[in-house]
Design a protein around this ligand. Structure first.
Ligand code: NI
Length: 176
Protein backbone atom coordinates (compact mmCIF):
# COMPACT_ATOMS: atom_id res chain seq x y z
CA UNK A 1 0.00 0.00 0.00
CA UNK A 2 0.97 3.60 -0.51
CA UNK A 3 1.37 6.01 -3.37
CA UNK A 4 1.31 4.50 -6.85
CA UNK A 5 3.27 5.36 -9.99
CA UNK A 6 1.53 7.69 -12.41
CA UNK A 7 1.31 6.67 -16.06
CA UNK A 8 2.44 9.49 -18.36
CA UNK A 9 1.20 10.45 -21.81
CA UNK A 10 2.51 7.94 -24.32
CA UNK A 11 1.69 5.00 -22.05
CA UNK A 12 -0.94 2.97 -23.94
CA UNK A 13 -2.94 2.40 -20.73
CA UNK A 14 -4.05 6.04 -20.93
CA UNK A 15 -5.65 5.38 -24.32
CA UNK A 16 -7.69 2.31 -23.41
CA UNK A 17 -11.39 2.11 -22.59
CA UNK A 18 -11.54 1.22 -18.89
CA UNK A 19 -13.50 -1.82 -17.73
CA UNK A 20 -16.48 -1.45 -15.39
CA UNK A 21 -15.97 -2.57 -11.81
CA UNK A 22 -17.81 -5.72 -10.78
CA UNK A 23 -20.14 -4.41 -7.99
CA UNK A 24 -19.41 -7.42 -5.76
CA UNK A 25 -15.74 -6.38 -5.56
CA UNK A 26 -16.34 -2.89 -4.19
CA UNK A 27 -16.51 -3.96 -0.55
CA UNK A 28 -13.39 -6.10 -0.69
CA UNK A 29 -10.36 -5.13 1.35
CA UNK A 30 -8.13 -5.04 -1.73
CA UNK A 31 -10.48 -2.70 -3.63
CA UNK A 32 -10.90 -0.37 -0.63
CA UNK A 33 -7.11 -0.30 -0.21
CA UNK A 34 -6.78 0.59 -3.89
CA UNK A 35 -9.10 3.58 -3.43
CA UNK A 36 -7.05 4.72 -0.41
CA UNK A 37 -3.86 4.35 -2.45
CA UNK A 38 -5.40 6.44 -5.25
CA UNK A 39 -6.22 9.24 -2.79
CA UNK A 40 -2.70 9.06 -1.38
CA UNK A 41 -1.24 9.25 -4.89
CA UNK A 42 -3.46 12.21 -5.78
CA UNK A 43 -2.55 14.16 -2.63
CA UNK A 44 1.17 13.38 -2.91
CA UNK A 45 1.15 14.76 -6.45
CA UNK A 46 -0.95 17.78 -5.48
CA UNK A 47 -3.79 16.84 -7.81
CA UNK A 48 -7.51 17.28 -7.21
CA UNK A 49 -8.55 14.23 -9.18
CA UNK A 50 -7.14 10.91 -10.33
CA UNK A 51 -8.55 8.16 -12.53
CA UNK A 52 -7.52 4.51 -12.19
CA UNK A 53 -5.97 4.30 -15.71
CA UNK A 54 -3.50 6.97 -14.52
CA UNK A 55 -2.11 4.39 -12.10
CA UNK A 56 -2.10 1.75 -14.86
CA UNK A 57 -5.33 0.07 -13.78
CA UNK A 58 -7.86 0.13 -16.61
CA UNK A 59 -10.99 0.25 -14.46
CA UNK A 60 -13.81 2.76 -14.10
CA UNK A 61 -12.72 4.34 -10.82
CA UNK A 62 -12.13 8.05 -10.11
CA UNK A 63 -11.14 9.80 -6.88
CA UNK A 64 -11.43 13.56 -6.39
CA UNK A 65 -11.17 16.14 -3.62
CA UNK A 66 -10.51 19.87 -3.48
CA UNK A 67 -10.41 21.87 -0.27
CA UNK A 68 -11.20 25.55 0.01
CA UNK A 69 -13.53 27.99 -1.67
CA UNK A 70 -14.96 26.67 -4.92
CA UNK A 71 -13.73 23.21 -3.99
CA UNK A 72 -15.66 20.01 -3.50
CA UNK A 73 -15.78 17.09 -1.04
CA UNK A 74 -13.95 13.78 -1.29
CA UNK A 75 -15.71 11.90 -4.04
CA UNK A 76 -15.25 8.38 -5.40
CA UNK A 77 -16.92 7.63 -8.73
CA UNK A 78 -17.25 3.98 -9.67
CA UNK A 79 -18.79 3.09 -13.06
CA UNK A 80 -19.92 6.70 -13.60
CA UNK A 81 -22.24 7.83 -16.39
CA UNK A 82 -23.01 11.45 -17.29
CA UNK A 83 -26.77 11.69 -17.89
CA UNK A 84 -27.07 15.45 -18.44
CA UNK A 85 -24.90 18.18 -19.96
CA UNK A 86 -26.00 21.82 -19.68
CA UNK A 87 -26.09 23.81 -22.91
CA UNK A 88 -24.07 26.51 -21.10
CA UNK A 89 -20.33 26.00 -21.38
CA UNK A 90 -17.34 27.38 -19.52
CA UNK A 91 -13.67 27.65 -20.38
CA UNK A 92 -10.97 26.70 -17.90
CA UNK A 93 -7.24 26.07 -17.87
CA UNK A 94 -6.58 22.38 -17.35
CA UNK A 95 -3.52 20.35 -16.58
CA UNK A 96 -3.09 16.67 -15.85
CA UNK A 97 -0.85 14.56 -13.63
CA UNK A 98 -0.23 12.36 -16.69
CA UNK A 99 0.86 15.30 -18.88
CA UNK A 100 3.79 16.97 -17.19
CA UNK A 101 4.45 20.67 -17.43
CA UNK A 102 1.60 21.66 -19.78
CA UNK A 103 -1.59 23.65 -19.43
CA UNK A 104 -4.30 24.36 -21.95
CA UNK A 105 -7.75 25.89 -22.15
CA UNK A 106 -10.67 23.50 -22.48
CA UNK A 107 -14.33 24.37 -23.00
CA UNK A 108 -16.84 22.05 -21.35
CA UNK A 109 -20.50 22.08 -20.27
CA UNK A 110 -20.81 24.15 -17.05
CA UNK A 111 -23.22 21.81 -15.28
CA UNK A 112 -23.56 18.05 -15.50
CA UNK A 113 -25.47 15.28 -13.78
CA UNK A 114 -23.60 12.07 -13.12
CA UNK A 115 -24.84 8.72 -11.86
CA UNK A 116 -22.31 6.43 -10.21
CA UNK A 117 -21.72 4.01 -7.37
CA UNK A 118 -19.77 5.27 -4.35
CA UNK A 119 -17.10 3.39 -2.39
CA UNK A 120 -19.80 1.94 -0.12
CA UNK A 121 -21.48 0.43 -3.17
CA UNK A 122 -24.40 2.87 -2.94
CA UNK A 123 -25.84 4.32 -6.20
CA UNK A 124 -25.61 8.13 -6.33
CA UNK A 125 -27.05 10.83 -8.56
CA UNK A 126 -25.09 14.08 -8.43
CA UNK A 127 -25.47 17.45 -10.13
CA UNK A 128 -22.23 19.40 -10.26
CA UNK A 129 -21.18 22.83 -11.56
CA UNK A 130 -18.01 24.88 -11.83
CA UNK A 131 -14.71 23.25 -10.91
CA UNK A 132 -16.48 20.12 -9.66
CA UNK A 133 -18.10 19.60 -13.07
CA UNK A 134 -14.84 20.28 -14.91
CA UNK A 135 -12.96 17.80 -12.74
CA UNK A 136 -15.61 15.08 -13.16
CA UNK A 137 -15.52 15.48 -16.95
CA UNK A 138 -11.71 15.57 -17.05
CA UNK A 139 -11.41 12.42 -14.92
CA UNK A 140 -14.16 10.57 -16.77
CA UNK A 141 -12.36 11.32 -20.03
CA UNK A 142 -9.51 9.20 -18.65
CA UNK A 143 -11.95 6.26 -18.49
CA UNK A 144 -12.46 6.46 -22.26
CA UNK A 145 -8.82 7.02 -23.18
CA UNK A 146 -9.06 10.79 -23.62
CA UNK A 147 -6.72 13.49 -22.31
CA UNK A 148 -7.44 17.20 -21.93
CA UNK A 149 -5.28 17.97 -24.95
CA UNK A 150 -7.78 15.97 -27.05
CA UNK A 151 -10.55 18.31 -25.82
CA UNK A 152 -8.70 21.55 -26.60
CA UNK A 153 -10.31 23.45 -29.46
CA UNK A 154 -7.65 26.17 -29.57
CA UNK A 155 -4.18 24.63 -29.47
CA UNK A 156 -2.67 28.12 -29.41
CA UNK A 157 -3.42 28.13 -25.66
CA UNK A 158 -1.08 25.18 -25.06
CA UNK A 159 1.34 26.52 -22.47
CA UNK A 160 4.31 25.25 -20.51
CA UNK A 161 4.15 25.70 -16.75
CA UNK A 162 6.80 28.44 -16.45
CA UNK A 163 5.12 30.42 -19.23
CA UNK A 164 1.72 29.82 -17.61
CA UNK A 165 3.03 31.35 -14.39
CA UNK A 166 4.61 34.25 -16.27
CA UNK A 167 1.78 35.18 -18.64
CA UNK A 168 -1.52 33.57 -17.65
CA UNK A 169 -1.64 32.99 -13.92
CA UNK A 170 -3.68 36.13 -13.30
CA UNK A 171 -6.61 34.78 -15.31
CA UNK A 172 -9.64 33.81 -13.26
CA UNK A 173 -9.29 30.15 -13.91
CA UNK A 174 -8.23 27.07 -12.06
CA UNK A 175 -5.73 24.43 -12.91
CA UNK A 176 -6.70 20.85 -12.21
NI1 NI B 1 -5.86 14.06 -15.93
Amino acid sequence: MGALNIAKVGNPVLRKIADPVEPGRIGSRSFQNFIDDMFETMVQNEGIGLAAPQVSRSEQVVVMACEGEGGFPETVLINPKIVYYSPQVGEMWEGCLSVDNLRGKVTRPSTIRVQYVDRDGVPQDLEASGLYAVCIQHEMDHLVGKLFVDRMTDMSTLTQLAEFDEYWKQEPATVI
